[in-house]
Design a protein around this ligand. Sequence first.
Ligand code: KIV
Ligand code: ZN
Length: 563
Amino acid sequence: MKPGFEKYIPFQPQKIVGRTWPDKVISKAPVWCSVDLRDGNQALVDPMNLDEKLEYFHTLVDIGVKEIEIGFPSASETEYEICRELIEGGHIPDDVTIQVLVQAREHLIKKTFEAIRGAKNVILHFYNSTSTLQRKVVFHMDCDGITKIATDAADLIYEMSRPAIESGMNLRFEYSPESFMGTEMDYAVEICQAVLEHLHATPEEKVILNLPTTVENCMPNQFADMLEYFCKKLPSRGCAVISLHPHNDRGCGVATAEMGLLAGADRVEATLFGNGERTGNVDMVTLAMNMYTQGVDPQLDFSGINKIKEMYERCTKMPVGDRQPYAGKLVFTAFSGSHQDAINKGTQYMKESGTEYWEIPYLPIDPADVGREYEPIIRINSQSGKGGAAYIMEHDFGFDLPKAMHPEFGSVVQRETDKVGREITPQRVYELFREEYLNVDSPYRMLKHTFAESTDREGHSHVTFWGTLRHTDTVFQVSGEGNGPIDAFFNAIKDEKMSHFTFLDYKSHAITDGSDSQGVAYILLQDQRSGKKFYGVGVSHNINLAPLRAILSAINRAKQAEE
Ligand code: KIV
Ligand code: ZN
Protein backbone atom coordinates (compact mmCIF):
# COMPACT_ATOMS: atom_id res chain seq x y z
CA MET A 1 0.00 0.00 0.00
CA LYS A 2 1.11 3.52 -0.71
CA PRO A 3 1.33 5.62 2.48
CA GLY A 4 -2.06 7.06 3.32
CA PHE A 5 -3.04 5.21 6.44
CA GLU A 6 -1.70 8.06 8.57
CA LYS A 7 -4.75 10.14 7.76
CA TYR A 8 -7.11 7.79 9.62
CA ILE A 9 -8.01 8.32 13.27
CA PRO A 10 -7.82 5.06 15.18
CA PHE A 11 -10.91 4.05 17.12
CA GLN A 12 -10.67 4.88 20.82
CA PRO A 13 -11.96 1.84 22.71
CA GLN A 14 -14.36 2.33 25.61
CA LYS A 15 -12.70 1.57 28.93
CA ILE A 16 -14.70 -1.00 30.83
CA VAL A 17 -13.99 -2.71 34.13
CA GLY A 18 -15.04 -6.32 34.73
CA ARG A 19 -16.62 -7.05 31.36
CA THR A 20 -18.83 -10.16 31.46
CA TRP A 21 -19.84 -10.71 27.84
CA PRO A 22 -16.90 -12.94 26.79
CA ASP A 23 -18.07 -15.69 29.16
CA LYS A 24 -21.63 -15.75 27.83
CA VAL A 25 -23.18 -17.85 25.05
CA ILE A 26 -26.15 -17.19 22.81
CA SER A 27 -28.83 -19.53 24.08
CA LYS A 28 -32.00 -18.03 22.64
CA ALA A 29 -33.15 -16.17 19.58
CA PRO A 30 -33.34 -12.37 19.76
CA VAL A 31 -36.40 -10.45 18.63
CA TRP A 32 -35.84 -10.12 14.89
CA CYS A 33 -36.67 -7.03 12.92
CA SER A 34 -36.23 -6.93 9.17
CA VAL A 35 -35.04 -3.65 7.70
CA ASP A 36 -34.95 -5.01 4.13
CA LEU A 37 -37.79 -2.84 2.92
CA ARG A 38 -36.26 0.34 4.34
CA ASP A 39 -32.46 0.24 4.85
CA GLY A 40 -32.10 -2.48 2.22
CA ASN A 41 -34.43 -0.79 -0.21
CA GLN A 42 -32.89 2.65 0.13
CA ALA A 43 -29.52 1.21 -0.89
CA LEU A 44 -30.74 -0.27 -4.19
CA VAL A 45 -29.87 1.14 -7.58
CA ASP A 46 -33.57 0.78 -8.43
CA PRO A 47 -35.68 0.74 -5.27
CA MET A 48 -38.42 -1.87 -5.23
CA ASN A 49 -41.81 -1.06 -6.72
CA LEU A 50 -45.08 -1.83 -4.95
CA ASP A 51 -45.42 -5.39 -6.26
CA GLU A 52 -41.85 -6.23 -5.37
CA LYS A 53 -42.20 -4.80 -1.87
CA LEU A 54 -45.41 -6.74 -1.32
CA GLU A 55 -43.83 -9.99 -2.46
CA TYR A 56 -40.79 -9.33 -0.29
CA PHE A 57 -43.01 -8.48 2.68
CA HIS A 58 -44.96 -11.73 2.34
CA THR A 59 -41.72 -13.71 2.14
CA LEU A 60 -40.53 -12.10 5.38
CA VAL A 61 -43.84 -13.01 7.00
CA ASP A 62 -43.48 -16.62 5.79
CA ILE A 63 -39.95 -16.77 7.24
CA GLY A 64 -41.48 -15.82 10.58
CA VAL A 65 -40.24 -12.26 11.02
CA LYS A 66 -42.65 -10.52 13.38
CA GLU A 67 -41.31 -6.96 13.18
CA ILE A 68 -40.83 -5.52 9.71
CA GLU A 69 -39.65 -2.00 8.93
CA ILE A 70 -41.67 -1.29 5.81
CA GLY A 71 -40.18 2.04 4.82
CA PHE A 72 -39.85 5.73 5.34
CA PRO A 73 -43.38 6.91 4.54
CA SER A 74 -42.63 10.61 5.03
CA ALA A 75 -39.70 10.46 2.59
CA SER A 76 -41.61 10.14 -0.69
CA GLU A 77 -45.05 9.65 -2.16
CA THR A 78 -44.12 6.13 -3.29
CA GLU A 79 -43.08 5.14 0.22
CA TYR A 80 -46.28 6.64 1.62
CA GLU A 81 -48.45 4.79 -0.92
CA ILE A 82 -46.73 1.48 -0.24
CA CYS A 83 -47.36 1.92 3.49
CA ARG A 84 -51.05 2.67 2.81
CA GLU A 85 -51.42 -0.34 0.50
CA LEU A 86 -49.91 -2.67 3.08
CA ILE A 87 -52.38 -1.41 5.69
CA GLU A 88 -55.48 -1.00 3.53
CA GLY A 89 -54.82 -4.04 1.36
CA GLY A 90 -54.97 -6.31 4.41
CA HIS A 91 -51.47 -7.69 3.87
CA ILE A 92 -50.34 -7.51 7.49
CA PRO A 93 -51.13 -10.52 9.68
CA ASP A 94 -52.36 -9.76 13.21
CA ASP A 95 -49.20 -11.07 14.83
CA VAL A 96 -46.89 -8.94 12.68
CA THR A 97 -45.86 -5.39 13.63
CA ILE A 98 -44.92 -2.93 10.94
CA GLN A 99 -42.19 -0.43 11.72
CA VAL A 100 -41.87 2.98 10.06
CA LEU A 101 -38.82 5.19 10.15
CA VAL A 102 -38.81 8.94 10.51
CA GLN A 103 -36.25 11.62 11.25
CA ALA A 104 -36.71 13.57 14.48
CA ARG A 105 -38.43 16.42 12.65
CA GLU A 106 -41.91 17.75 13.29
CA HIS A 107 -43.46 17.78 9.80
CA LEU A 108 -42.09 14.36 8.97
CA ILE A 109 -43.43 12.92 12.23
CA LYS A 110 -46.87 14.34 11.45
CA LYS A 111 -46.81 12.82 7.96
CA THR A 112 -45.77 9.49 9.44
CA PHE A 113 -48.73 9.45 11.82
CA GLU A 114 -50.98 9.99 8.79
CA ALA A 115 -49.30 7.08 6.99
CA ILE A 116 -49.93 4.55 9.76
CA ARG A 117 -53.66 5.24 10.22
CA GLY A 118 -55.65 2.06 10.64
CA ALA A 119 -52.71 -0.26 11.27
CA LYS A 120 -53.04 -2.71 14.15
CA ASN A 121 -49.45 -3.05 15.42
CA VAL A 122 -46.91 -0.33 14.75
CA ILE A 123 -43.43 0.62 15.90
CA LEU A 124 -42.73 4.27 15.24
CA HIS A 125 -38.98 4.55 14.82
CA PHE A 126 -37.35 7.97 15.02
CA TYR A 127 -33.72 8.93 14.95
CA ASN A 128 -31.16 11.68 15.00
CA SER A 129 -27.43 11.51 14.72
CA THR A 130 -25.37 11.73 17.89
CA SER A 131 -21.72 11.03 16.98
CA THR A 132 -18.90 13.47 17.61
CA LEU A 133 -18.22 13.63 13.87
CA GLN A 134 -21.82 14.36 12.87
CA ARG A 135 -22.18 16.92 15.65
CA LYS A 136 -19.06 18.64 14.37
CA VAL A 137 -19.40 18.51 10.59
CA VAL A 138 -23.16 18.19 9.95
CA PHE A 139 -25.12 19.74 12.80
CA HIS A 140 -22.64 22.24 14.27
CA MET A 141 -24.32 21.68 17.61
CA ASP A 142 -23.32 20.73 21.11
CA CYS A 143 -24.75 17.74 22.97
CA ASP A 144 -27.57 19.73 24.54
CA GLY A 145 -28.75 20.84 21.10
CA ILE A 146 -28.68 17.28 19.80
CA THR A 147 -30.53 16.01 22.88
CA LYS A 148 -33.18 18.68 22.38
CA ILE A 149 -33.85 17.44 18.82
CA ALA A 150 -34.48 13.97 20.24
CA THR A 151 -36.57 15.00 23.23
CA ASP A 152 -38.70 17.45 21.22
CA ALA A 153 -39.43 14.66 18.78
CA ALA A 154 -40.18 12.31 21.68
CA ASP A 155 -42.65 14.82 23.17
CA LEU A 156 -44.44 15.26 19.86
CA ILE A 157 -44.58 11.53 19.22
CA TYR A 158 -45.87 10.82 22.70
CA GLU A 159 -48.58 13.46 22.34
CA MET A 160 -49.64 12.39 18.84
CA SER A 161 -49.71 8.76 19.84
CA ARG A 162 -52.44 9.23 22.48
CA PRO A 163 -55.44 9.31 20.12
CA ALA A 164 -54.03 6.47 18.03
CA ILE A 165 -53.51 4.29 21.10
CA GLU A 166 -56.96 5.20 22.44
CA SER A 167 -58.49 4.16 19.13
CA GLY A 168 -56.97 0.70 19.61
CA MET A 169 -53.62 0.84 17.81
CA ASN A 170 -50.86 -1.16 19.48
CA LEU A 171 -48.25 1.56 19.03
CA ARG A 172 -44.73 1.26 20.35
CA PHE A 173 -41.72 3.54 19.99
CA GLU A 174 -38.15 3.06 18.87
CA TYR A 175 -35.36 5.59 19.12
CA SER A 176 -32.01 5.33 17.33
CA PRO A 177 -29.07 7.51 18.33
CA GLU A 178 -27.83 7.24 14.75
CA SER A 179 -24.04 6.72 14.51
CA PHE A 180 -24.09 5.36 18.09
CA MET A 181 -20.71 3.72 17.45
CA GLY A 182 -19.06 7.14 17.09
CA THR A 183 -20.75 8.64 20.15
CA GLU A 184 -19.17 8.97 23.59
CA MET A 185 -20.87 6.27 25.62
CA ASP A 186 -21.68 8.55 28.55
CA TYR A 187 -23.44 10.91 26.15
CA ALA A 188 -25.25 8.02 24.43
CA VAL A 189 -26.55 6.96 27.85
CA GLU A 190 -27.60 10.52 28.62
CA ILE A 191 -29.57 11.10 25.40
CA CYS A 192 -31.20 7.66 25.44
CA GLN A 193 -32.22 8.08 29.09
CA ALA A 194 -33.74 11.47 28.23
CA VAL A 195 -35.71 9.93 25.35
CA LEU A 196 -36.97 7.09 27.58
CA GLU A 197 -38.21 9.66 30.07
CA HIS A 198 -39.88 11.88 27.46
CA LEU A 199 -41.65 8.83 26.03
CA HIS A 200 -42.77 7.76 29.54
CA ALA A 201 -41.18 4.34 29.13
CA THR A 202 -41.97 1.78 31.83
CA PRO A 203 -41.08 -1.89 32.28
CA GLU A 204 -44.57 -2.70 30.93
CA GLU A 205 -44.39 -0.21 28.04
CA LYS A 206 -40.79 -0.54 27.02
CA VAL A 207 -39.23 1.65 24.35
CA ILE A 208 -36.82 0.12 21.87
CA LEU A 209 -33.39 1.71 21.94
CA ASN A 210 -31.73 0.80 18.67
CA LEU A 211 -27.94 1.21 18.83
CA PRO A 212 -26.59 1.20 15.30
CA THR A 213 -23.12 0.79 13.97
CA THR A 214 -24.27 3.13 11.23
CA VAL A 215 -20.76 2.86 9.85
CA GLU A 216 -18.84 -0.07 11.30
CA ASN A 217 -15.69 1.54 12.68
CA CYS A 218 -14.35 -0.83 15.31
CA MET A 219 -13.76 -4.46 16.12
CA PRO A 220 -16.73 -6.53 17.33
CA ASN A 221 -15.19 -6.98 20.79
CA GLN A 222 -14.79 -3.21 21.12
CA PHE A 223 -18.44 -2.77 20.18
CA ALA A 224 -19.44 -5.40 22.75
CA ASP A 225 -17.53 -3.46 25.41
CA MET A 226 -19.41 -0.31 24.45
CA LEU A 227 -22.71 -2.10 24.60
CA GLU A 228 -22.08 -3.72 27.96
CA TYR A 229 -20.98 -0.36 29.33
CA PHE A 230 -24.08 1.33 27.90
CA CYS A 231 -26.46 -1.28 29.35
CA LYS A 232 -24.85 -1.11 32.79
CA LYS A 233 -24.93 2.70 32.89
CA LEU A 234 -28.44 3.26 31.51
CA PRO A 235 -30.57 4.15 34.56
CA SER A 236 -33.82 2.90 32.99
CA ARG A 237 -32.39 -0.29 31.41
CA GLY A 238 -35.52 -2.13 32.62
CA CYS A 239 -37.74 0.17 30.53
CA ALA A 240 -35.84 -0.48 27.28
CA VAL A 241 -35.51 -3.19 24.68
CA ILE A 242 -31.90 -2.97 23.49
CA SER A 243 -31.70 -3.42 19.75
CA LEU A 244 -28.71 -3.83 17.43
CA HIS A 245 -28.45 -2.48 13.91
CA PRO A 246 -25.02 -3.51 12.63
CA HIS A 247 -23.71 -2.42 9.27
CA ASN A 248 -20.85 -4.27 7.70
CA ASP A 249 -18.19 -1.80 6.60
CA ARG A 250 -15.32 -3.84 8.09
CA GLY A 251 -16.99 -7.12 7.14
CA CYS A 252 -17.71 -7.90 10.79
CA GLY A 253 -21.47 -7.27 10.95
CA VAL A 254 -22.31 -10.82 11.99
CA ALA A 255 -19.62 -10.90 14.69
CA THR A 256 -20.74 -7.50 15.94
CA ALA A 257 -24.33 -8.70 16.22
CA GLU A 258 -23.29 -11.93 17.95
CA MET A 259 -21.05 -10.19 20.45
CA GLY A 260 -23.66 -7.47 20.91
CA LEU A 261 -26.13 -10.17 21.93
CA LEU A 262 -23.61 -11.50 24.43
CA ALA A 263 -23.20 -7.98 25.76
CA GLY A 264 -26.89 -7.60 26.56
CA ALA A 265 -28.92 -6.84 23.42
CA ASP A 266 -32.42 -8.29 23.06
CA ARG A 267 -33.19 -7.54 19.45
CA VAL A 268 -31.48 -7.40 16.06
CA GLU A 269 -32.32 -5.40 12.96
CA ALA A 270 -31.03 -7.20 9.90
CA THR A 271 -31.68 -7.91 6.24
CA LEU A 272 -31.77 -11.03 4.09
CA PHE A 273 -28.33 -11.76 2.66
CA GLY A 274 -27.04 -8.50 4.17
CA ASN A 275 -28.48 -5.99 1.70
CA GLY A 276 -28.25 -2.40 2.91
CA GLU A 277 -26.34 0.83 2.67
CA ARG A 278 -22.78 0.45 1.29
CA THR A 279 -21.49 -2.94 2.49
CA GLY A 280 -24.94 -3.72 3.80
CA ASN A 281 -26.73 -4.44 7.03
CA VAL A 282 -26.00 -7.57 9.02
CA ASP A 283 -27.22 -10.73 7.26
CA MET A 284 -30.23 -12.22 9.01
CA VAL A 285 -29.79 -15.62 7.33
CA THR A 286 -26.23 -16.07 8.55
CA LEU A 287 -27.06 -14.89 12.05
CA ALA A 288 -30.07 -17.17 12.34
CA MET A 289 -28.39 -20.20 10.82
CA ASN A 290 -25.30 -19.68 13.00
CA MET A 291 -27.62 -20.07 15.99
CA TYR A 292 -29.27 -23.09 14.40
CA THR A 293 -25.93 -24.86 13.95
CA GLN A 294 -25.21 -24.31 17.65
CA GLY A 295 -28.41 -26.10 18.59
CA VAL A 296 -30.40 -22.89 19.21
CA ASP A 297 -33.81 -22.44 17.57
CA PRO A 298 -33.56 -19.10 15.70
CA GLN A 299 -37.37 -18.86 15.42
CA LEU A 300 -37.02 -18.15 11.71
CA ASP A 301 -37.65 -20.58 8.90
CA PHE A 302 -34.95 -20.78 6.25
CA SER A 303 -35.78 -24.32 5.18
CA GLY A 304 -36.46 -23.14 1.63
CA ILE A 305 -33.41 -20.95 1.14
CA ASN A 306 -33.28 -21.31 -2.64
CA LYS A 307 -36.78 -19.91 -3.05
CA ILE A 308 -35.98 -17.01 -0.72
CA LYS A 309 -32.78 -16.34 -2.63
CA GLU A 310 -34.61 -16.38 -5.94
CA MET A 311 -37.17 -13.85 -4.66
CA TYR A 312 -34.38 -11.67 -3.24
CA GLU A 313 -32.38 -11.63 -6.46
CA ARG A 314 -35.45 -10.82 -8.52
CA CYS A 315 -36.73 -8.00 -6.27
CA THR A 316 -33.39 -6.35 -5.46
CA LYS A 317 -31.75 -7.14 -8.81
CA MET A 318 -28.65 -8.07 -6.87
CA PRO A 319 -26.97 -11.48 -6.90
CA VAL A 320 -26.29 -13.58 -3.82
CA GLY A 321 -22.61 -14.50 -4.00
CA ASP A 322 -21.55 -18.09 -4.62
CA ARG A 323 -19.74 -18.11 -1.25
CA GLN A 324 -22.53 -16.46 0.77
CA PRO A 325 -22.91 -18.52 3.99
CA TYR A 326 -25.73 -21.07 3.84
CA ALA A 327 -27.16 -19.69 0.60
CA GLY A 328 -24.32 -19.42 -1.93
CA LYS A 329 -24.26 -21.83 -4.84
CA LEU A 330 -20.93 -23.36 -3.82
CA VAL A 331 -21.13 -23.43 -0.05
CA PHE A 332 -22.00 -27.12 0.20
CA THR A 333 -19.65 -28.19 -2.55
CA ALA A 334 -16.22 -29.75 -2.12
CA PHE A 335 -13.78 -29.89 -5.01
CA SER A 336 -10.70 -30.73 -2.99
CA GLY A 337 -9.79 -34.38 -2.69
CA SER A 338 -9.09 -34.43 1.04
CA HIS A 339 -12.37 -32.64 1.78
CA GLN A 340 -14.28 -35.05 -0.47
CA ASP A 341 -12.67 -37.96 1.24
CA ALA A 342 -13.61 -36.74 4.70
CA ILE A 343 -17.18 -35.93 3.62
CA ASN A 344 -17.43 -39.40 2.16
CA LYS A 345 -16.21 -40.96 5.41
CA GLY A 346 -18.50 -38.74 7.48
CA THR A 347 -21.52 -39.76 5.38
CA GLN A 348 -20.56 -43.38 5.84
CA TYR A 349 -20.10 -42.87 9.57
CA MET A 350 -23.52 -41.23 9.89
CA LYS A 351 -25.09 -44.18 8.06
CA GLU A 352 -23.32 -46.89 9.99
CA SER A 353 -23.32 -45.41 13.49
CA GLY A 354 -26.90 -44.18 13.47
CA THR A 355 -25.72 -41.09 15.40
CA GLU A 356 -28.45 -38.56 16.13
CA TYR A 357 -26.03 -35.67 15.55
CA TRP A 358 -24.71 -34.09 12.40
CA GLU A 359 -21.11 -35.22 12.24
CA ILE A 360 -19.71 -34.66 8.78
CA PRO A 361 -16.39 -32.87 8.36
CA TYR A 362 -16.42 -29.79 6.12
CA LEU A 363 -20.21 -29.57 6.21
CA PRO A 364 -21.17 -27.44 9.21
CA ILE A 365 -24.83 -27.90 8.40
CA ASP A 366 -27.00 -30.56 6.81
CA PRO A 367 -27.86 -29.07 3.38
CA ALA A 368 -31.33 -30.63 3.76
CA ASP A 369 -32.05 -28.20 6.63
CA VAL A 370 -32.03 -25.31 4.18
CA GLY A 371 -33.71 -27.36 1.44
CA ARG A 372 -30.51 -28.01 -0.49
CA GLU A 373 -30.30 -31.80 -0.25
CA TYR A 374 -30.51 -32.36 -4.01
CA GLU A 375 -27.54 -30.24 -4.94
CA PRO A 376 -24.15 -31.82 -5.61
CA ILE A 377 -21.95 -31.79 -2.52
CA ILE A 378 -19.03 -33.21 -4.39
CA ARG A 379 -17.96 -31.90 -7.76
CA ILE A 380 -15.02 -33.10 -9.76
CA ASN A 381 -12.12 -31.06 -11.08
CA SER A 382 -8.35 -31.48 -11.03
CA GLN A 383 -8.24 -30.81 -7.26
CA SER A 384 -10.48 -33.80 -6.56
CA GLY A 385 -9.13 -37.08 -5.35
CA LYS A 386 -10.05 -40.71 -5.09
CA GLY A 387 -12.99 -40.26 -2.69
CA GLY A 388 -14.79 -37.77 -4.92
CA ALA A 389 -15.11 -39.99 -7.97
CA ALA A 390 -16.26 -42.90 -5.78
CA TYR A 391 -18.80 -40.63 -4.08
CA ILE A 392 -20.27 -39.61 -7.46
CA MET A 393 -20.45 -43.24 -8.55
CA GLU A 394 -22.34 -44.16 -5.41
CA HIS A 395 -24.61 -41.13 -5.00
CA ASP A 396 -25.46 -40.50 -8.63
CA PHE A 397 -25.27 -43.99 -10.13
CA GLY A 398 -25.57 -46.49 -7.27
CA PHE A 399 -22.13 -48.13 -7.65
CA ASP A 400 -20.58 -48.77 -4.24
CA LEU A 401 -16.99 -49.31 -5.32
CA PRO A 402 -14.71 -51.41 -3.08
CA LYS A 403 -12.46 -49.15 -0.99
CA ALA A 404 -9.31 -50.49 -2.63
CA MET A 405 -10.66 -49.51 -6.04
CA HIS A 406 -11.09 -45.82 -5.11
CA PRO A 407 -7.50 -44.71 -5.81
CA GLU A 408 -7.39 -46.61 -9.10
CA PHE A 409 -10.59 -45.07 -10.43
CA GLY A 410 -9.60 -41.73 -8.89
CA SER A 411 -6.51 -41.61 -11.06
CA VAL A 412 -8.56 -42.45 -14.17
CA VAL A 413 -10.72 -39.42 -13.40
CA GLN A 414 -7.74 -37.26 -12.51
CA ARG A 415 -6.13 -38.00 -15.88
CA GLU A 416 -9.28 -36.73 -17.56
CA THR A 417 -9.59 -33.54 -15.45
CA ASP A 418 -5.91 -32.77 -16.04
CA LYS A 419 -6.47 -33.30 -19.75
CA VAL A 420 -9.56 -31.11 -20.10
CA GLY A 421 -8.43 -28.55 -17.51
CA ARG A 422 -11.88 -27.91 -16.04
CA GLU A 423 -14.67 -29.45 -13.99
CA ILE A 424 -16.24 -32.63 -15.37
CA THR A 425 -19.87 -33.63 -14.93
CA PRO A 426 -21.09 -36.68 -12.99
CA GLN A 427 -22.22 -38.12 -16.34
CA ARG A 428 -18.65 -37.86 -17.62
CA VAL A 429 -17.40 -39.61 -14.47
CA TYR A 430 -19.80 -42.43 -15.24
CA GLU A 431 -18.68 -42.60 -18.88
CA LEU A 432 -15.06 -42.88 -17.73
CA PHE A 433 -16.06 -45.70 -15.40
CA ARG A 434 -17.91 -47.46 -18.20
CA GLU A 435 -15.03 -47.08 -20.65
CA GLU A 436 -12.48 -48.21 -18.07
CA TYR A 437 -14.32 -51.16 -16.48
CA LEU A 438 -17.61 -52.05 -18.15
CA ASN A 439 -17.11 -51.96 -21.89
CA VAL A 440 -13.82 -53.82 -22.00
CA ASP A 441 -14.50 -56.74 -24.32
CA SER A 442 -11.22 -57.10 -26.08
CA PRO A 443 -9.32 -59.28 -26.56
CA TYR A 444 -11.79 -61.65 -24.78
CA ARG A 445 -15.53 -61.56 -25.22
CA MET A 446 -18.17 -64.01 -24.02
CA LEU A 447 -20.62 -64.82 -26.80
CA LYS A 448 -22.76 -67.47 -25.12
CA HIS A 449 -22.95 -69.23 -21.80
CA THR A 450 -24.91 -71.89 -19.89
CA PHE A 451 -24.86 -73.03 -16.27
CA ALA A 452 -26.03 -76.29 -14.74
CA GLU A 453 -26.42 -76.41 -11.00
CA SER A 454 -26.81 -79.45 -8.71
CA THR A 455 -26.59 -80.17 -5.01
CA ASP A 456 -25.02 -83.37 -3.68
CA ARG A 457 -26.23 -85.46 -0.74
CA GLU A 458 -24.21 -83.40 1.74
CA GLY A 459 -25.89 -80.26 0.46
CA HIS A 460 -22.84 -78.93 -1.43
CA SER A 461 -23.60 -77.19 -4.66
CA HIS A 462 -21.86 -78.02 -7.94
CA VAL A 463 -21.94 -75.74 -10.93
CA THR A 464 -20.92 -76.55 -14.48
CA PHE A 465 -20.23 -73.77 -16.93
CA TRP A 466 -20.17 -74.02 -20.73
CA GLY A 467 -19.33 -70.99 -22.76
CA THR A 468 -18.40 -69.70 -26.19
CA LEU A 469 -15.67 -67.08 -26.06
CA ARG A 470 -13.98 -65.03 -28.70
CA HIS A 471 -10.35 -64.00 -28.55
CA THR A 472 -9.83 -61.32 -31.23
CA ASP A 473 -10.90 -63.35 -34.31
CA THR A 474 -10.86 -66.84 -32.83
CA VAL A 475 -14.02 -68.34 -31.38
CA PHE A 476 -13.65 -71.28 -28.97
CA GLN A 477 -15.59 -73.33 -26.44
CA VAL A 478 -14.73 -73.69 -22.79
CA SER A 479 -16.25 -75.58 -19.90
CA GLY A 480 -15.44 -76.04 -16.23
CA GLU A 481 -16.82 -77.15 -12.89
CA GLY A 482 -16.73 -75.59 -9.50
CA ASN A 483 -18.56 -74.96 -6.26
CA GLY A 484 -20.20 -71.83 -7.70
CA PRO A 485 -20.46 -69.89 -10.95
CA ILE A 486 -17.23 -67.92 -10.39
CA ASP A 487 -15.24 -71.03 -9.52
CA ALA A 488 -16.68 -72.93 -12.52
CA PHE A 489 -15.90 -70.08 -14.91
CA PHE A 490 -12.39 -69.69 -13.57
CA ASN A 491 -11.73 -73.36 -14.03
CA ALA A 492 -13.14 -73.20 -17.57
CA ILE A 493 -10.79 -70.41 -18.71
CA LYS A 494 -7.72 -71.60 -16.81
CA ASP A 495 -6.18 -73.36 -19.77
CA GLU A 496 -6.86 -70.56 -22.24
CA LYS A 497 -3.72 -68.50 -21.54
CA MET A 498 -5.45 -67.14 -18.47
CA SER A 499 -4.05 -69.50 -15.87
CA HIS A 500 -1.63 -66.86 -14.59
CA PHE A 501 -4.49 -64.85 -13.07
CA THR A 502 -5.40 -65.51 -9.47
CA PHE A 503 -8.54 -64.38 -7.79
CA LEU A 504 -8.03 -61.88 -4.91
CA ASP A 505 -11.30 -60.24 -4.05
CA TYR A 506 -14.98 -60.06 -4.92
CA LYS A 507 -17.82 -57.73 -4.05
CA SER A 508 -21.33 -57.47 -5.46
CA HIS A 509 -24.55 -55.56 -4.83
CA ALA A 510 -27.78 -54.53 -6.51
CA ILE A 511 -27.80 -51.16 -8.23
CA THR A 512 -31.46 -50.48 -8.90
CA ASP A 513 -34.47 -51.08 -6.71
CA GLY A 514 -37.46 -53.26 -7.51
CA SER A 515 -37.89 -56.01 -10.06
CA ASP A 516 -35.67 -54.27 -12.60
CA SER A 517 -32.74 -54.55 -10.25
CA GLN A 518 -29.34 -55.18 -11.81
CA GLY A 519 -26.40 -56.76 -10.07
CA VAL A 520 -22.91 -55.33 -10.20
CA ALA A 521 -19.80 -57.37 -9.40
CA TYR A 522 -16.30 -56.08 -8.72
CA ILE A 523 -13.50 -58.62 -9.09
CA LEU A 524 -9.86 -58.15 -8.25
CA LEU A 525 -7.38 -60.40 -10.05
CA GLN A 526 -3.62 -60.58 -9.82
CA ASP A 527 -1.38 -61.32 -12.74
CA GLN A 528 1.15 -63.79 -11.26
CA ARG A 529 3.73 -62.98 -13.85
CA SER A 530 3.92 -59.25 -13.19
CA GLY A 531 2.42 -59.19 -9.72
CA LYS A 532 0.08 -56.43 -10.91
CA LYS A 533 -3.52 -56.29 -9.73
CA PHE A 534 -6.51 -55.48 -11.92
CA TYR A 535 -10.08 -54.69 -11.07
CA GLY A 536 -12.88 -55.68 -13.40
CA VAL A 537 -16.54 -54.78 -13.16
CA GLY A 538 -19.57 -56.54 -14.62
CA VAL A 539 -23.22 -55.57 -14.64
CA SER A 540 -26.13 -57.85 -15.46
CA HIS A 541 -29.74 -58.61 -14.61
CA ASN A 542 -28.49 -62.17 -14.12
CA ILE A 543 -26.64 -62.46 -10.80
CA ASN A 544 -24.49 -65.33 -12.14
CA LEU A 545 -23.39 -63.39 -15.17
CA ALA A 546 -22.24 -60.13 -13.56
CA PRO A 547 -19.13 -61.68 -11.90
CA LEU A 548 -18.13 -63.50 -15.09
CA ARG A 549 -18.24 -60.25 -16.99
CA ALA A 550 -16.19 -58.70 -14.20
CA ILE A 551 -13.52 -61.44 -14.52
CA LEU A 552 -13.26 -60.94 -18.26
CA SER A 553 -13.13 -57.17 -17.76
CA ALA A 554 -10.21 -57.57 -15.33
CA ILE A 555 -8.37 -59.96 -17.67
CA ASN A 556 -8.94 -57.69 -20.68
CA ARG A 557 -7.68 -54.69 -18.74
CA ALA A 558 -4.57 -56.67 -17.79
CA LYS A 559 -3.99 -57.76 -21.40
CA GLN A 560 -4.48 -54.21 -22.66
CA ALA A 561 -2.04 -52.94 -20.04
CA GLU A 562 0.50 -55.52 -21.24
CA GLU A 563 0.13 -54.32 -24.79
O1 KIV B 1 -27.71 2.71 10.13
C1 KIV B 1 -28.42 3.47 10.77
O2 KIV B 1 -27.98 4.17 11.69
C2 KIV B 1 -29.83 3.54 10.43
C3 KIV B 1 -30.69 4.29 11.38
C4 KIV B 1 -31.71 5.09 10.69
C5 KIV B 1 -31.25 3.34 12.35
O3 KIV B 1 -30.26 2.94 9.48
ZN1 ZN C 1 -28.85 1.40 8.84
